[in-house]
Design a protein around this ligand. Structure first.
Ligand code: NDP
Length: 323
């Protein structure tokens, strides 16, 4: 496993990491979580991603219990959580980044995770109804109170990220150091175009999500929906249409010819392709089974096979900056 700096911060994180969206609380209980976290760590993973809203808090509780049982030294691993969506619909507890919500949310997450602090805390989406200045002060205060070490954003526009950075600079507050955007072979525009100036200008780091587009980029949906897959998880029916889309599965079929020629799986090729982008600090992977973790971690061995010729072949299939 290689370790990359999280943007311009000094924090080193494994270039492959593991997150808990959909899986923890729906497909993965605390025993399986413990097993898969241990498998990831055996491969050198030191970063585990979570969010308050995942499985309505259950995902944090499961990860917290698993981490407690694993009893690793706290300095050895990095944990994140994210705030915005909230756990109920009440005012100041739902789809907001106001000071009151953030002030309370961090304590709830720390209790569920059974941790004294999280390493990274993200604003899970932008909130057009709260001044960015209020959010920057609140995030900076969370760090000042020792409850998180670094803060960042998820799916904010380049303009919003730059505004937050400038406010923090003006008031000598903690600056956002990372963004968590979707990035995979079928979803590229934001990372490759919209954020292009931010890497140099403010040293933005990226913890990218859905490297396999929820499993589509394994090729497993080419012949329908397999038993026990994400497309069958209750509450995620909206994903099914995207996962079974004929056009997208056509592209996947052509990509599978490339991975076959390289002697790796399509999942490994898709993850290795993301690792080729030097602006990516870590690729957040997801897994409903421990075998998937083992397969996906081997992507680090495939990066060297992605020669300029192979990259051009992939580019010809997915089209320049596809989406
Ligand atoms: P992926 O796109 O990699 O999808 C992961 C899913 O694909 C697995 O749960 C599994 O689903 C299937 N899969 C993974 N590997 C294999 C394999 N080798 N063979 C077959 N199937 C496989 O990642 P996620 O969408 O899970 O995103 C990763 C992480 O990113 C999340 O856990 C979360 O931490 C973060 N995230 C952040 C978001 C944000 O807004 N900030 C949004 C979404 C994710 P199954 O077996 O059930 O089919």
């Amino acid at each position: 496993m290689n370790y990359r700096r999280l943007g311009r911060s000094g924090l080193q994180i494994s270039e492959l990491s593991v997150g808990s969206w959909v899986t923890y609380g729906n497909q993965v209980d605390h025993r399986l979580a413990r097993e898969s976290l241990a498998a990831a760590r055996d491969h050198g993973v030191n970063f585990f991603d979570n969010a308050e809203v995942y499985a309505k808090g259950q995902s944090e509780a499961i990860m917290g219990r698993a981490l407690k049982e694993l009893a690793w030294p706290r300095v050895d691993y990095v944990v994140s959580t994210k705030f915005f969506f909230g756990l109920n619909q009440a005012p100041n507890q739902h789809q907001t980044l106001n000071r009151k919500y953030l002030h309370n949310a961090i304590d709830g997450s720390l209790a569920r995770l059974q941790l004294d602090y999280v390493d990274l805390v993200f604003c899970h989406r932008p909130d057009p109804h709260t001044p960015i200045e209020e959010t920057v002060w609140a995030m900076s205060d969370i760090i000042a109170r020792g409850k998180a070490l670094y803060w960042g954003t998820s799916e904010w526009s380049a303009d919003e990220i730059r505004a937050a950075h400038e406010i923090a600079e003006r008031h000598h507050l903690r600056k956002p150091v990372m963004e968590q955007p979707e990035y995979n072979l079928l979803h590229r525009k934001r990372v490759e175009r919209e954020y292009a100036r931010l890497y140099e200008d403010i040293g933005l780091g990226l913890t990218t999500w859905s490297p396999l587009a929820s499993g589509l980029l394994t090729g497993k949906y080419r012949n329908g929906v397999p038993e026990g897959s994400r497309a069958q998880v209750q509450g995620y029916e909206w994903l099914r249409e995207r996962l079974t889309d004929a056009g997208r599965n056509g592209i996947v079929g052509r990509l599978a010819e490339v991975s076959d020629d390289l002697g790796c799986t399509l999942a490994q090729l898709s993850i290795a392709w993301i690792l080729k982008n030097p602006h990516v600090s870590t690729v957040l992977t997801g897994a409903s089974r421990t075998e998937q973790i083992r397969e996906n971690m081997k992507a680090v061995e495939i990066v060297g096979k992605l020669t300029p010729e192979v990259m051009e072949r992939i580019e010809a299939i997915v089209g320049k900056v596809a989406a």
